[in-house]
Write a protein that binds this ligand. Structure first.
Ligand code: FAD
Length: 488
């Protein structure tokens, strides 16, 4: 039986272990932490449970598919419900807007609250669907680095429609042209943050992202986001995958142009193929120090990072939903601060996720578990110990002002995650949430391939390589790796 070693039990590492086990390989996953999931994990603080990282779940069929491929009914392992309300948006002028998953309902809400004819929003959402359907096969589902990927019908179709993909505009320019109302433009610009990018630089084709929430629909996994990790680990174990925790891989062994194993705790473990789910930058810098690194790819601008305050809140807020956004007044200045060396926002956009709205067990009765996140630049040695308390005060002022309650006095317990701790807990270079940014038209081509051109038997999956970050794309990276192993 061929032996595969997977470095890292992030969501892509777990998914690839399942796919390789299904191909009849003997699979061992070596994970540095004492728990699986990487960014997609959980922790308990006092009486409150928190998902540590991701909170928005789209394309659940990519998880279900892994159970079905294994001959299991996914609902026995993993249950998710579709959300009616995508997100509730709060603006400083007092507007509160419900972004319903149902496009018609959303469009009527926009018409009533912002005075934009419903048809205008519906056309914009249809355009998002069109962009998504035209490009997903090319940019998301196949390797961009294999010539055979380009000899497909959908590539020709996309080429014929290339002018309508808004590649020559930024997301903001395209949203501005289509919607013009500043609050609505800001709402749609926000979708750039779904892959950690800047709407004032990211290409307009990324205006396909809203289709995930307002076309296909977002979901909530029962038991919390961590159930994605837990259910897939359970499946992987049933398929015979071996997980070894507390095992930090030190080197990938390369002999005669082939990956032949890894070094862990100074011991050699043999393998026929190695898949790294570690971020691509430290994979080259730390695990392959003697190999020539693809500098252009490794130096590509990173996606944003985040500062998260996990608060156990002693009250319940009926005006809040599962996903809530409190917008800043100057979005352009905010992104300048995140990506272009500007000042950190004096008035940041704040995201509040409350899983106890769906899972009562996540907080004591009458209380709530708040995951409060602000986008910030990646870790480049800034003085976070100075920035964090400043941002915390701004966030508390903003939430208290808009919700007309003294939030400070309601915090029962607190934990904080910042770019440094994201980096140290998951090896994510600069603590970026989604690997490389998508801030240019060519970004997709600057992500590392899912395989090594120079070292046979070496593959890469996860948010820092093709097709990019976020749970769905990580799952797709695992699928592409499995297809490449087949073809090898
Ligand atoms: P990671 O989660 O990065 O894990 C990599 C694993 O490899 C880690 O467990 C690490 O310990 C292990 N490892 C690293 N080096 C070694 C080594 N040398 N030896 C052994 N093990 C090693 N995505 C969404 O879809 N929706 C969201 O709402 C969302 N929100 C986010 C919010 C936050 C705060 C964060 C941090 C991320 C968010 N994301 C979101 C992004 C999403 O979490 C990631 O894209 C995805 O989880 C990354 O998975 P991965 O497979 O690349 O591995």
């Amino acid at each position: 039986m061929r032996q595969a070693i997977v470095i890292g039990a992030g969501i892509a590492g777990i998914a690839v272990s399942i796919r390789l086990a299904l191909k009849g390989l003997n699979v061992t996953v070596l994970e540095a932490n004492s728990y699986p999931g990487g960014k997609l994990s959980e922790f308990v603080l006092g009486d409150f449970r928190f998902d540590a990282g991701p909170s928005l779940f789209t394309l659940p069929e990519l998880v279900d598919e892994l159970f079905e491929l294994s001959g299991r009914k996914s609902e026995y392992y993993f249950r998710h419900v579709k959300l009616d309300l995508g997100c509730r948006y709060f603006y400083e002028d007092g507007t509160v807007l419900n972004a319903w998953a149902d496009p018609q309902k959303f469009a009527l809400e926009v018409e009533a609250k912002l005075g934009i004819p419903s048809n205008r929003l519906l056309i914009h959402l249809q355009d998002a669907a069109r962009k998504y359907n035209l490009t997903k096969g090319i940019f998301l589902e196949r390797s961009l680095h294999k010539i055979r990927s380009y000899f497909q019908k959908d590539v020709l179709k996309a080429m014929l429609n290339v002018r309508s993909l808004d590649l020559g505009k930024t997301m903001h320019e395209a949203n501005q042209k289509a919607l013009s109302e500043p609050r609505l433009v800001q709402l749609f610009d926000r979708f750039a943050t779904y892959n950690g990018s800047n709407p004032y630089r990211a290409p307009g084709v990324l205006n396909l992202i809203p289709h995930l929430e307002h076309g296909i629909g977002a979901c909530f996994p029962m038991g919390g986001m961590v159930e994605i990790t837990n259910s897939l680990v359970r499946l992987a174990k049933e398929l015979g995958v071996q997980f070894e925790f507390g095992k930090k891989v030190e080197r990938i062994i390369v002999e005669g142009g082939r990956a032949t194993g890894v070094m862990v705790e100074s011991k050699r473990l043999e393998a026929d193929l190695v898949v790294s789910n570690m971020d691509i930058v430290p994979t080259y810098r730390k695990l392959l120090p003697d190999q020539k690194a693809p500098e252009k790819v490794l130096n590509h601008e990173r996606s944003s990072s985040a500062l998260i305050f996990y608060w156990g809140i002693r009250e319940q807020f009926d005006q809040l939903d599962l996903h809530n956004i409190f917008f800043s007044q100057d979005y352009a200045a905010e992104f300048k601060g995140i990506f272009d060396g500007g000042e950190l926002a004096a008035d940041p956009t704040v995201y509040v996720h409350i899983s106890s709205k769906m899972e009562e067990r996540d907080a004591p009765e009458g209380q709530e578990n708040w995951f409060v996140m602000v986008n910030v630049p990646g870790n480049k040695g800034q003085d976070w110990d100075v920035h964090i308390p400043q941002i915390r005060e701004r966030v508390l002022d903003k939430l208290s002002r808009i919700l007309a309650k003294d939030i400070r006095s309601m915090i029962r317990c607190e934990a904080i995650l910042d770019p440094r701790s994201i980096e140290s807990k998951t090896s994510s270079y600069q603590g970026s949430l989604y690997g490389a940014s998508s801030n240019s038209q060519m970004s997709a081509f600057f992500r590392h391939a899912n395989f090594s051109r120079k070292i046979s038997g070496l593959y890469f999956c996860g948010g820092s390589v093709h097709p990019g970050g976020g749970i769905p794309l990580c799952l797709l990276s695992a699928k592409i790796v499995a297809s490449l192993v087949d073809a090898a």
